[in-house]
Design a protein around this ligand. Structure first.
Ligand code: SF4
Length: 298
């Protein structure tokens, strides 16, 4: 409790803002100025008037904050909070793929250097909109192959995944058998999942969306029981904040990297103003074009 008060005091003294992803631990979400998905966090980062941004998420999210705010101090509490999926698409892989001549859409879950090579960025909330906005019937999208499958299904365009089997380990664990099992136990429940889930899991669900789209669905749905296929942090947030409904995990799945941002680490980072996220100027400029094109489209 004291630590939370101290963080809030420091935040006010230093004109800092804390942005937290939906997958962060509850105590981090409680001290955050804004909680959301990658798209919402990017929008907040783009419009903040704060001098310091503490990005409670993983590396690529903090990088996005730094790209959009070259004059602000962007801090990430844990340097080890690195998304394993982002590592699946190095910049040279994007350059190589682009030789095929199709527009390259890069999922926000990627490194700044890879974004700099792509034509436009997307998040799980706007991938289909971005695909639709581009000319031509064929595009490339990476690193998440399941998101590429989802965007292809939604738009009817050909979406080539790069790499062909890029994935998030947190969402890869969900199985069609989990859906059968939960439907037999809770026949009236609605099942909602993230587009990083396998295609058969997406097809067997009632709704597919980003974390914030799932949150909105949960608020608006008449269902008393909602089964959620994503990282456990969002499910705990739903149970805390949405009254009168029961939220069950499709299967308990945790992003270890997201959970590295502990309260004491946030405090020390803000106090010492360390773990600064800095992007090479040329890379940042080119990556910013990809992100801004996405923000215009969505
Ligand atoms: S949930 Fe998956 S995509 Fe998101 S940070 Fe963790 S590993 Fe990366």
């Amino acid at each position: 409790m004291e630590l939370k008060k101290e963080i809030i005091r420091l935040k006010d003294d230093k004109n800092a803002v804390i942005l937290a992803h939906n997958y962060q631990n509850a105590d981090i979400q409680e001290i955050a100025d804004f909680i959301g998905d990658s798209l919402e966090l990017a929008r907040e980062a783009a419009k903040t008037k704060a001098d310091i941004i503490v990005f409670c998420g993983v590396d690529f999210m903090a990088e996005t904050g730094a790209i959009l705010n070259p004059d602000k101090l962007v801090l990430i509490p844990s340097r080890d909070a690195r998304c394993p999926m982002a590592a699946q698409l190095p910049p040279e892989r994007v350059r190589e793929a682009k030789k095929a001549g199709y527009p390259f859409i890069i999922y926000v879950n990627s490194y700044a250097a890879s974004k700099a090579e792509a034509d436009i960025c997307c998040t799980s909330a706007n991938a289909s909109k971005v695909v639709e906005a581009l000319d031509g019937d064929t595009v490339m999208l990476g690193p998440d192959a399941n998101l590429a499958w989802y965007a292809e299904k939604e738009t009817g365009k050909r979406v080539i995944p790069v790499p062909s089997h890029g994935y998030c380990y947190v969402h890869k664990v969900f199985r069609i058998e989990d859906i059968y099992a939960i439907r037999s136990r809770h026949p009236d429940a609605k099942i909602i999942v993230h587009p990083e889930c396998n295609s058969e899991v997406q097809e067997a669900s009632d709704f597919v969306g980003s974390t914030s789209q799932m949150y909105r669905y949960a608020v608006e749905s008449d269902a008393e029981v909602i089964v959620v296929g994503t990282e456990i942090g969002l499910i705990e947030r739903m149970q805390r904040e949405i009254e009168g409904k029961t939220f069950l995990p499709l299967r308990a799945s945790t992003c270890i990297e997201m959970k590295l941002n502990k309260l004491d680490v946030v405090y020390k980072t803000l106090l010492n103003e360390n773990n600064i996220v800095k992007i090479n100027e040329d890379v940042a400029l080119r990556a910013k074009r990809s992100i801004e094109r996405m923000l215009e489209v969505s």
